[in-house]
Ligand binder design. Structure first.
Ligand SMILES: N[C@@H](CCC(=O)N[C@@H](CS)C(=O)NCC(=O)O)C(=O)O
Length: 240
């Protein structure tokens, strides 16, 4: 049976953190809000946000439906798919740590988002530009090196060359997507500091070369980053 992924059409956003795991797994899935027809589209997503799915009631997309099960929160949904398709460590400690890494990545993603929306998500970027300049400078100078340095440390500790465990996991896919987002939103800053985290950059390149993911990344299913999303390229927020 196919998984049903629900996320806003037109931007990769947090939905991509789940979509990448489905793609790497070769799992059958329907990208529901991007499909047309009865039971599909944004209306179908809004109906679940209004009425829930059985016991489950998500606050926001992305969410994934697998039969009677609904899983929301990008990191939790990525773990759900990864653990069912050999894209997660096998042992319990490894599974828990992979979840911790994915949740930390979700924090990093939220901080990247907040560079252009530091005051509030219900306001336009244009209404919070001075605050965005300050927030982005702090993100570039302090937060980017801190998070990327932490991933680098994890990769150097693991002789297998992955964030957790002996093989590729959803945690690695999340780091890949975040590096790609930073490359789009903060190209100057990433270029300036990439040399400090060579293992992170190497992992991102390896993920992009994964046969299933390379095919996906070249396909129309892969949505480009844009200024409606989480990672937005506003040149004034970037810097060396
Ligand atoms: N922590 C959640 C955040 C979910 C979230 O903020 N989703 C956004 C789109 S990326 C949304 O549609 N939010 C609507 C809202 O918060 O009202 C996750 O990682 O999935």
């Amino acid at each position: 049976l196919a998984y049903d992924l629900y996320y806003w059409p037109g931007l990769p956003g947090r939905g991509e953190y789940v979509r990448l795991v489905l793609e790497a797994a070769g799992a059958p899935y329907r990208d529901m809000a991007r499909l047309e027809g009865p039971g599909c589209g944004v209306d179908a997503m809004m109906a679940i946000l209004r009425h829930g799915h059985g016991e489950a009631f998500p606050l926001a997309p992305p969410f994934l439906i697998d039969g009677a099960t609904l899983v929301s929160q990008a990191a939790v949904a990525a773990a759900y798919v990864g653990e069912r398709h050999r894209l997660a460590p096998e042992d319990e400690a490894g599974r828990h740590f992979a979840r911790s890494v994915a949740a930390t990545t979700a924090d990093f993603v939220a901080e990247a988002h907040d560079t252009h929306h530091p005051v509030g998500i219900s306001l336009y970027y244009e209404e919070q530009k001075p605050e965005a300049l300050r927030r982005a400078a702090e993100f570039r100078d302090s937060r980017m090196p801190k998070f990327l340095g932490w991933y680098e440390k994890l990769l150097r500790r693991n002789s297998a060359g992955y964030l957790v465990g002996a093989h590729l996991s959803y945690a690695d896919l999340g780091l890949f997507q975040t590096v790609e987002g930073l490359r789009y939103a903060f190209p100057r800053r990433l270029k300036a500091i990439a040399g400090d985290t060579p293992e992170v950059m190497h992992l991102a390149a390896r993920v992009a070369a994964h046969p299933r993911l390379a095919a996906y990344l070249a396909s129309e299913r892969r949505l480009p980053f844009n200024e409606d999303g989480i990672f937005r390229h506003y040149p004034e927020l970037d810097g060396d």
